[in-house]
Write a protein that binds this ligand. Structure first.
Ligand code: ADP
Ligand code: ASP
Ligand code: MG
Length: 820
């Protein structure tokens, strides 16, 4: 014999009740004998509770409306499920039950008081109406249904609201009642009665418990809890969209999971099942072919060190501390004794071995009473300063990771704290049961959703990581980057098990943030149609408020506005990837402080494309420095634009013509002087110098101007070109001079002996930089290890494709560091 329990959603609509009918018909046809336990229709228990409160407040309209809603819902169900000829008798019975409810509520309205006892009576109507409705529907299907009011079977004490079961009496009642009864009993869940016959309840969610009590009394072979999800999942699917269902759990694992908030089973349910070793199956009414989860004595899932993550959203944290606690026996027993006597439930306790403090978590609703109980119990200690004033902090949550295999697996705590730390989530308190079945951490409530996703990713999906991308700047580089991501998406998704999700995008005009992700294919149209006017501070604030794990902010702009927000972005534990050189070439103090913030927050700040576009310049330099090499000299041609100009300047064309050509081809800034003034190269060599560890400012760099000052005095680009023509002879002289010696001109940045300079140098055929072509960059690192021949990095140093690829590479580097 099996006991089947159907929850609120399973009996909450006509379609779902039909589904219940199908399941029961199948059992009936296969001659499996079952007892059915049902909950109230979804939402009805809450509504009854509200009606009770409205009655106390004297809000008659709300009360009446509430009662009508309950009546209508059940009438409607009956009308949809039963043929007309069978309806009237059932509707009349429902009406009688509703009248009884009205009488009870009327009493509450008159007294303006809802005792725990009356409240239980009020709540009992949900299960009574639901069970009666289903019983009639099953009869209509031709099943031998019998309506059973569980108040006649389950006897409890008089602790209304969450009564304790008198198992001896209840078991006798149950055994006797079902002794030779044939048919298909449909039993009201959740409700019971005390020895005076007064209605009690088993606590919210208690219908599961009813099923287990019946099953244990009757030695059932199995309990099936039919609900609206695919069994017990790795986390609450409402909070973690990527949660998946577990095939098996042990009783103790299930107890821990449910104690820490997994609402899918009411925790006391497990006890009777455990005691009688009856397997519990959690199944989905709306996905009947799915096996669901089996909870039994042993759950063999050796490959899963943890089984689930659950959480309690709101707890209050109580701190009892003071010098008077150290070495004084009996404090803890007085503390917990006083709380226990006052029925204050303790969810978690931690005590430091110094014995200076005890910290524990309670239900926030019990904060006031806890405070007054403790103030009274420790009045003497508090007055004499042996204890500090008792501190209760609100808005905390508990997250627990659970699994029996944790015991055998090292590294769990490391993963737990590493994942939280990398995402900027502070752990306020920790508790681990000595059984190593559960590690619980207390965090601030505002971080709960993020923490659940982070931990779920780290423990269950370490195979597939998610990177949440926020991108500012949709110019050539930004657009190209998104194209590249789109092209590589499938590869990363399947081969590297990395999902890149575009959550936010902004340009100078419009911005858009969508926590569900913006299509990378249609980002442009989506931004156009759904975006709002750009306000960088709002974009950053929304990004911070979303508080998504593994967030990366990509700045594809070139100006100084966006770098101004880097500090606060990093402070919010969000990594930054950028080709923008501004932040790193401002003051040394700013450069250092960004690096420090990234380090402290354990996030990445990557800017490989600051020098040499997609060439691995900064990474290689860092590798040398970090591995203990000493850099003695850096020499490089660092501007793709200037490189292009000098590679084309071989005497056959005038210098001004070449600059004009370069501008027309889009190789220069709109005003070519922004390239030719040497500042871009100066910023690059400055960044390299800083990466080596030198403390330099932009002013410290000696720049030999490429052009005479008059060029920079011209008031427009056109005027500049006119002036530049005047310089052609000077430039022609320079190149002829070099040519005579068999040399070419290169604009070379050098860092040596702690100082940096940039100058136009003639280089001969034996020089490494002689043979550059196109927009090539070249960087030569000389060091203790690379003394004779420098380490050379050479290749195209400009262009959207290679720069975007460099930004992409940085993104991949961030993802290697992610935690799911
Ligand atoms: P019923 O009304 O069938 O008793 P409940 O609402 O009481 O259903 O419990 C099922 C719900 O529990 C699910 O819809 C889900 O939102 C929630 N839940 C929380 N944690 C978990 C978990 N670890 N696995 C499955 N469901 C969970
Ligand atoms: N109807 C009750 C509640 O909502 C019991 C249950 O659903 O298990 O708490
Ligand atoms: Mg439930």
């Amino acid at each position: 014999m099996k006991v089947l329990k159907f929850g609120g959603t399973s009996v909450g609509s006509t379609d779902s009740i039909k589904q219940v009918g199908n399941i029961l018909k199948q059992y009936h046809d296969s001659k499996v004998s079952v007892i059915v336990v049902v909950s109230a229709q979804k939402g009805i228990t809450n509504l009854l509770q509200d009606i009770g409160s409205w009655a106390v407040e004297g809000d008659v309209d709300q009360v009446n409306q509430g009662v009508v809603t309950i009546q209508d819902r059940h009438f409607q169900t009956v009308k949809e499920l039963l043929p007309i000829k069978d309806q009237s008798q059932v509707l009349a019975h429902i009406k009688r039950v509703i009248n009884e409810l009205e009488e009870v509520i009327h009493g509450v309205t008159l007294l303006k008081e809802l005792s725990a006892r009356s409240k239980d009576l009020v709540l009992s109507f949900g299960e009574r109406l639901s069970a009666y409705t289903i019983h009639n529907y099953l009869k209509h299907l031709g099943l031998p249904s019998i309506y059973v009011d569980s108040r006649e079977l389950i006897q409890t004490d008089a602790q209304f609201g969450a009564a304790s079961v008198n198992f001896k009496k209840s078991n006798e009642n149950i055994v006797q009642y079902f002794d030779d009864r044939q048919g298909l009993p449909v039993v009201t869940g959740f409700i019971a009665a005390n020895d005076l016959g007064q209605t009690t309840t088993l606590g919210r969610g208690g219908s599961d418990y009813t099923a287990a009590i019946l099953a244990a009394a009757l030695d059932a072979s199995e309990i099936e809890i039919w609900t609206d999800v695919d069994g017990v999942m790795t986390a609450d699917p409402n909070l973690v969209s990527r949660a998946f269902s577990l095939p098996a759990l042990s009783y103790v694992e299930a107890m821990e999971l449910t104690h820490f908030g997994a609402k899918v089973i009411y925790p006391p349910t497990l006890q009777p099942a455990f005691a009688k070793n009856i397997p519990l199956k959690i199944r989905n009414t709306f996905n009947t072919s799915f096996e669901g989860t089996v909870i039994s004595k042993e759950a063999h899932t050796p490959d899963m060190p943890i089984k689930g993550i659950s959480s309690i959203q709101f707890v209050a944290l109580v701190n009892v501390q003071g010098s008077g606690m150290v070495g004084v026996p009996g404090i803890a027993s007085r503390l917990f004794g006083a709380l226990g006597r006052n029925k204050i439930n303790i969810i978690l306790i931690t005590q430091a071995s110094s014995e200076h403090s005890i910290c524990f978590a309670i239900n926030p609703e019990q904060s006031d009473i806890a405070k007054s109980v403790l103030d009274e119990e420790f009045g003497f200690e508090l007055n004499s300063g042996l204890l500090d004033p008792i501190l209760i902090e609100q808005n905390h949550s508990i997250i627990a990771i659970i699994g029996e295999n944790m015991r055998k697996t090292p590294g769990i705590a490391d993963k737990l704290f590493g994942a939280l730390g990398k995402n900027g989530i502070n752990v306020v308190a920790i508790a681990q049961g000595s059984s190593e079945l559960n590690v619980s951490v207390v965090i601030e409530e505002r971080n709960l959703s993020k923490a659940l996703k982070v931990l779920h990713g780290a423990f269950f999906l370490s195979n597939r990581r998610l990177l949440n991308l926020f991108m500012v700047g949709t110019g050539l580089i930004g657009r190209t980057l998104l194209q590249q991501i789109q092209k590589q998406f499938e590869f990363f998704y399947h081969q590297r098990l990395l999902e890149i999700r575009l959550i936010g995008v902004a340009n100078t005009r419009k911005m858009l943030i969508d926590p569900n992700g913006i299509s990378i294919e249609d980002w442009k149209e989506t931004l156009e149609s759904n975006g709002t006017d750009t306000e960088l501070s709002v974009f950053v604030q929304q990004m911070k408020d979303l508080n998504l794990p593994n967030s990366v902010f990509v700045d594809n702009t070139a100006g100084s506005e966006v770098p101004a927000v880097y500090q606060q972005v990093l402070k919010s534990s969000i990594s930054i990837v950028t080709p923008n050189k501004v932040a790193n070439s401002q003051s040394m103090q700013q450069y250092t402080s960004l690096k420090q913030t990234a380090f402290r927050k354990r996030v990445k700040f990557l800017y490989e494309t600051n020098v040499g576009a997609g060439l691995p310049v900064i990474k290689s330099l860092n590798d040398l420095v970090l591995s203990g090499d000493r850099i003695t000299r850096i020499e490089g041609v660092l501007s793709g634009t200037i490189s292009y100009i000098f590679n084309s300047f071989n005497g056959s064309k005038k210098f001004s013509e070449i600059v004009q050509e370069a501008q027309e081809k889009g190789f220069t800034e709109p005003d070519p002087r922004d390239d030719l003034n040497g500042m871009d190269v100066a910023r690059k060599i400055l960044i390299l110098a800083r990466e080596v560890g030198l403390s330099l400012e932009l002013d410290d760099i000696e720049i030999e101007p490429l052009l005479a000052p008059v060029c920079f005095e011209a008031s427009s680009v056109d005027e500049f070109f006119e002036v530049l023509e005047g310089q052609d002879p000077v430039m022609a002289d320079k190149i002829q001079e070099a040519d005579k010696q068999g040399k070419v001109l290169r604009y070379v940045a050098t860092l040596e002996n702690g100082s940096a300079s940039i100058s136009l140098k003639p280089v001969g055929i034996d020089h490494l930089f002689y043979s550059l072509s196109g927009s090539d960059n070249i960087i030569a690192f000389s060091s203790d290890r690379y003394q004779e021949k420098p380490l050379l990095i050479r290749g195209p140093g400009a262009g959207a494709e290679v720069t975007a690829a460099g930004v992409f590479a940085d993104l991949i580097e961030v993802s290697d560091f992610l935690v799911g």
